[in-house]
Ligand binder design. Structure first.
Ligand code: BG6
Length: 504
């Protein structure tokens, strides 16, 4: 069939209908470093419709021009694609600003009038997405304003209205449910986009390609051949200027509840019947429901907090010395845990998850560790340098996949040693990978929900984290030096089971 005539052909560029993206919290880091540059990158790739409008809302006494110049500078500094002033000048005319606080009815009335005006002036037909790049505590107020002004009402507006909510989605199960109810009261379920930016990463989407487009891995993808799985999210950075948020959150809520459990779900879920959002979400939810916690939380989890040290040749202060962190804080900056999955495919396989700040370097990877061959017909000394086979999905940096297996060392003996077969995005493809936010903003505007976790997934993930948080109440985290791979207790946790962390 002629691909140009095949409506199913997803290779054709997907371009949204004319619409507006309203960003609440435009002066924050997320908007400046990710959203505005992402919008420029989309424009640069020709993926935005001519009638696309960015509408900023913040508590500032700004003109459209003031906001446009902030957007220009942010986009220029952080854009992924080369800077082209002519691309920006086309966008610049469509950048608007409304100033006000979230309790200011008049400001929201103005925003509503502005969107109504754009319907004709820019032909957006009432289509608008509202991006909440604001602290969760402000969500209720903004939602109330959107409801009061009728801005969330698809029918009144004569187009689609969508809302984009950043993680953390809640603080625990009850607060996530309350938040889901609140959002559901104002927006239709299908119009709510919950961001977990890990799902926007190419390497994370590739997990599904690797598993479901190939025949090679599926027969081995189960407890018969897999010994264990390690999921690592290591960061060399500390908490930056986010003490207020981070100290109330900790590593488990910040990245395990969302990014790591989503990675786990993609690695372990069954094949969806199609790549429809609903089918993928259903499979992820099933496997999230099958997650089991360690019987003894104290033995099967480790929490850590960094002390001062050195990371990549730079001196780093300890967590308790970071500005605005309480001196007696027991918040974890590192967490490791052993989870299980209670289903036929995975029963008995341990899933080791770890995430931490101020570790030696930035690396996120999923390592599937295979069992050793049942029998090795070699001299013991010939296989001394052979470990078990590993398939490592390198999420970042050095994006790619590595397969580790044994090969004969050239020479007269039968010595077998580990070698690596390496697929690197940078070498295999000429196209550079889009940034996660670039992809996700585009999907919101198109209305494709595939890469967004739904309410049930978010709630199920809290069901995994809440009992751990409860068990950790009143305990102190173990210590590790900035620049070390976490506390010693995390190594001991694996050593007790005859394993060790992969050197990521
Ligand atoms: C965010 C966390 O979700 O992910 C941050 O809140 C973390 O604490 C960040 O630094 C890491 O994202 P990435 O894409 O750099 O791995």
């Amino acid at each position: 069939m002629n691909p140009l005539r095949d409506p199913q052909d997803r290779r054709l560029p997907r371009i949204p209908e004319p619409c507006a993206l309203v960003i609440f919290g435009v002066t924050g880091d997320l908007a400046r470093k990710k959203l505005l540059p992402g919008i420029y990158d989309l424009a640069n790739r020709g993926l935005l419709p001519p009638g696309f409008v960015v509408l900023g809302f913040a508590r500032r006494d700004w003109t459209d021009g003031d906001f446009e110049s902030l957007a220009h500078d942010s986009a220029k500094e952080y854009a992924r694609t080369p800077w082209r002033e002519e691309v920006w000048s086309r966008l610049a005319g469509n950048i608007k600003f409304v100033g006000g606080s979230f309790d200011d009815d008049a400001a929201f009335d103005k925003l509503s009038d502005c969107l109504d005006g754009l319907r004709h002036s820019h032909g957006i037909h009432g289509n608008a997405a509202f991006y909440f790049s604001i602290p969760p505590s402000a969500f209720p107020q903004v939602l109330k304003q959107l409801a009061r002004t009728g801005m969330a009402d698809n029918e009144r507006c004569g187009g689609w209205r969508r809302v984009v909510v950043e993680k953390p989605f809640g603080y625990d199960l009850p607060s996530a449910k309350a938040l889901n109810d609140l959002v559901d009261d104002v927006f239709t379920r299908d119009d709510v986009f919950r961001i977990d930016h890990y799902l926007g990463k190419e390497t994370v989407q590739n997990i599904m390609a690797l598993r479901f487009a190939n025949n090679l891995f599926e027969p081995l993808w189960n407890s018969k051949y897999v010994d264990s799985v390690q999921i690592t999210m290591a960061e060399d950075v500390g908490i930056g200027s986010r003490a207020g948020f981070y100290d109330a959150t900790g590593a488990a809520r910040d990245v395990v509840q969302n990014h790591l459990l989503q990675l786990l779900a993609l690695v372990t879920m069954e094949e969806p019947t199609s790549f429809d959002a609903a089918e993928i979400r259903a499979e992820k939810l099933k496997v999230l429901r099958a997650i089991s916690l360690p019987d003894d939380v104290a033995a099967g989890t480790v929490r850590g907090q960094y002390l001062r040290g050195w990371v990549a040749g730079q001196r780093a202060v300890g967590y308790l010395e970071e500005p605005n962190v309480p001196a007696d804080s027991t918040t974890e900056t590192y967490v490791a845990m052993r989870l299980g999955i209670q289903n036929r495919r995975w029963a008995g396989v341990p899933f080791y998850l770890r995430a931490g700040k101020r570790l030696p370097r930035r690396v996120t990877e999923v390592a599937v560790m295979f069992k050793t061959a049942p029998h090795l017909p070699f001299n013991r000394t010939d296989v001394e340098m052979l470990s078990s086979n590993q398939l490592v999905i390198r999420v970042q940096p050095d994006e790619g996949v590595v397969l580790k297996f044994g090969a004969k060392v050239p020479g007269t003996t039968m010595e077998v040693r580990d070698i690596a077969m390496d697929f690197q995005y940078g070498e295999a493809f000429t196209e550079a990978s889009p940034e996660a936010y670039e992809r996700l903003v585009l999907d919101v505007l198109i209305g494709d929900r595939t890469l967004f976790p739904d309410a049930a997934e978010v709630e199920q993930s809290w069901r995994v984290i809440d009992p751990l948080e409860e068990a950790w109440q009143g305990t102190r985290p173990e210590q590790y030096r900035a620049g070390e791979w976490g506390p010693r207790a995390a190594d001991e946790m694996l050593a007790r089971e005859g394993r060790s962390w992969r050197r990521a």
